[in-house]
Design a protein around this ligand. Structure first.
Ligand SMILES: [Zn+2]
Ligand SMILES: [Zn+2]
Ligand SMILES: [Zn+2]
Length: 158
């Protein structure tokens, strides 16, 4: 099985384009209209596959000449997370743009603690098992994202 992390053959420009196309489609399907801030925050996160804190997002945007207040960044992140376009990496309180298909709500995140890159498993069998187990234990699940912390292939070799 190939690595889920982008390797040297990875076409990141194409990756950004398809993520944006998907984002606009999902927003439209949900009857939401993207404001300029949402698009900018998403673009800042799509720069690479690393998780970034809200503060880092503000900095990335400032570098490209678009200044936003942290509160505006948080508001944009809320909408993006609601749509399943951005995920929160809880353990480091950072955010990452989702690069899978369709609406993505409870993925399994593979977080590399060395380079901070994030890949997604989005394994439906695991998600279904979590929902089923929660239901059986009369637990009303609101948030079922799973975070797996470790080292990506690049960081294991180093
Ligand atoms: Zn990419
Ligand atoms: Zn996702
Ligand atoms: Zn790594």
């Amino acid at each position: 099985m190939p690595s889920l992390f982008p390797d040297i053959t990875h076409q990141h420009n194409a990756c950004i384009e398809s993520a944006k196309t998907r984002a606009f489609k999902l927003a439209e399907d949900a009857g939401k209209k993207f404001g300029a801030n949402q698009v900018r925050v998403l673009e800042a996160l799509l720069q690479d596959h690393r998780a970034a804190s809200a503060y880092e997002i503000v900095e990335r945007m400032a570098e490209s000449g678009k200044r936003l207040q942290p509160v505006q960044v948080y508001r944009a992140l809320d909408t993006l997370m609601e749509l399943g376009l951005v995920h929160r990496v809880q353990s480091i309180n950072a955010y990452v743009a989702c690069t899978t298909e369709d609406a993505c709500h409870n993925p399994q995140l593979l977080f590399c603690s060395s380079c901070k890159r994030v890949a997604e498993l989005a394994n439906n069998t695991i998600s279904a098992l979590i929902s089923k187990t929660a239901k059986q234990s009369q637990f009303k699940l609101e948030y079922g994202l799973v975070e797996l912390v470790g080292l990506c292939p690049d960081c294991t070799d180093a």
